[in-house]
Design a protein around this ligand. Structure first.
Ligand SMILES: Cc1ncc(COP(=O)(O)O)c(C=O)c1O
Length: 345
């Protein structure tokens, strides 16, 4: 896959490592039914505390710079990792940054409102606008962009999660990176797992797999924001929009998009018992940090499926560690067990 025609602003040390989860395997023993679990460390980064959004931001900020922008604007929830990493990357690359953050998660405690990602947004120097639930953040962002343009600024706006076709290129590239690494390691992968929020990570991977002639069903996601069905439709649209700029003529159908919606729980950002188990398990057996909103729920889904015999003994399953660590500091009550704010699964 040749992405050289797309402007890219390098933000990452690539490739990110692929590592076996040996500590987890020792702890769970037969509980993994012979399945070998691996992680791809997209949570590692040189700045900003890392996460999957940096791959998208390499292409988004590359496009912004190519268009001569001096300001970037994006949207998200109060504890958005995408907003925090946009603020960090903008600070590093010399863009001004405005964030429109919506109080879309029903958590009003001090930690959620002010700690974690929200604290870092301010530290990275972003101008933050907070909105009540239900507000149209993207519309307000566009209005602000028009105001700034009228004042002579050059503004680039990108959507929630950075999941525009240009942003999705970051994970299309990652599909090629994973295959190159797996080949060099002699590793035959049965599945690549990601969390699904704004759908761009899965969409990018599926598009990249198709562009490189691999089976797009190798990528699988666990929905944490939309229902599984809606996430499937959005992911398909975004994957095809990505292919339209990456490999015109190639398309995907709904059969190519594998999404499990059974581990989202009652809604976006609302803790589940499975998430809590997964976050604690990986912390205590590997010293690795999942997050409460995305990767914790996705890893809970993976554990559930491995335990339920979805994969044959000897299968290799790669879980992409997508970061989100600051989100842990927005959920201290749940993570320390002070409140039983968790629900099945
Ligand atoms: C830590 C983390 N993991 C996974 C995701 C999901 O990625 P996407 O929005 O591309 O589906 C996000 C999105 O915000 C995230 O912050």
């Amino acid at each position: 896959m040749d992405l050289s025609r797309f402007p890219r602003l390098p933000l990452l040390d690539l490739p990110s490592p692929i590592e076996p989860l040996d500590g987890l395997a020792r702890h769970l023993g037969d509980g993994l039914a012979g399945v070998r679990l691996w992680v791809k460390r997209d949570d590692l980064a040189r700045f900003g505390l890392g996460g999957n959004k940096l791959r998208k931001l390499e292409y988004l900020l590359g496009a912004a710079r190519a268009e001569g922008a001096d300001t970037v604007i994006t949207v998200g929830a109060i504890q958005s990792n995408h907003a925090r990493l946009t603020a960090a990357a903008a600070a590093r690359a010399g863009f001004a940054c405005d964030l429109f953050l919506t109080r879309s998660v029903p958590r009003t405690n001090d930690a959620y409102a002010h700690n974690g990602n929200r604290l870092l947004d301010d530290l990275f120097g972003a101008t933050v606008h907070e909105l009540a639930a239900g507000g149209d953040a993207l519309e307000l962002a566009e209005r602000r962009a028009d105001e700034l343009r009228a004042a002579g600024r050059r503004v680039y706006v990108f959507p929630s999660g950075g999941s525009s076709p240009v942003g999705c290129l970051g994970y299309a590239a990652c599909a090629g990176e994973i295959f190159a690494q797996a080949d060099a390691m002699g590793l035959s992968l049965n599945q690549i797992i990601v969390p699904n929020g704004s759908c761009g990570t899965h969409a990018g991977l599926a598009a990249g797999l198709r562009a490189d002639g691999h089976d797009p069903r190798l990528a699988k996601s666990y929905a944490v924001l939309e229902t599984g069905e809606r996430a499937g439709a959005i992911t398909l649209d975004k994957a095809n929009a990505t292919l339209a700029i990456l490999a015109p003529g190639l398309t995907l159908t709904s059969d190519d998009i594998v999404i499990d919606g059974a581990h989202r729980g009652p809604g976006y950002g609302i803790p589940t018992a499975g998430m809590l188990e997964a976050v604690r398990l990986l912390a205590r057996t590997e010293g690795l940090l999942l997050d409460p909103v995305y990767s914790g729920k996705a890893f809970a889904g993976l554990l559930h499926d491995v335990r339920g015999g979805l994969y044959p003994s000897g299968a290799n399953v790669l879980f992409v560690m997508t970061g989100g660590v600051p989100g842990l500091f927005a959920y201290p009550d749940v993570l320390t067990g002070q409140v039983e704010q968790t629900t099945a699964p």
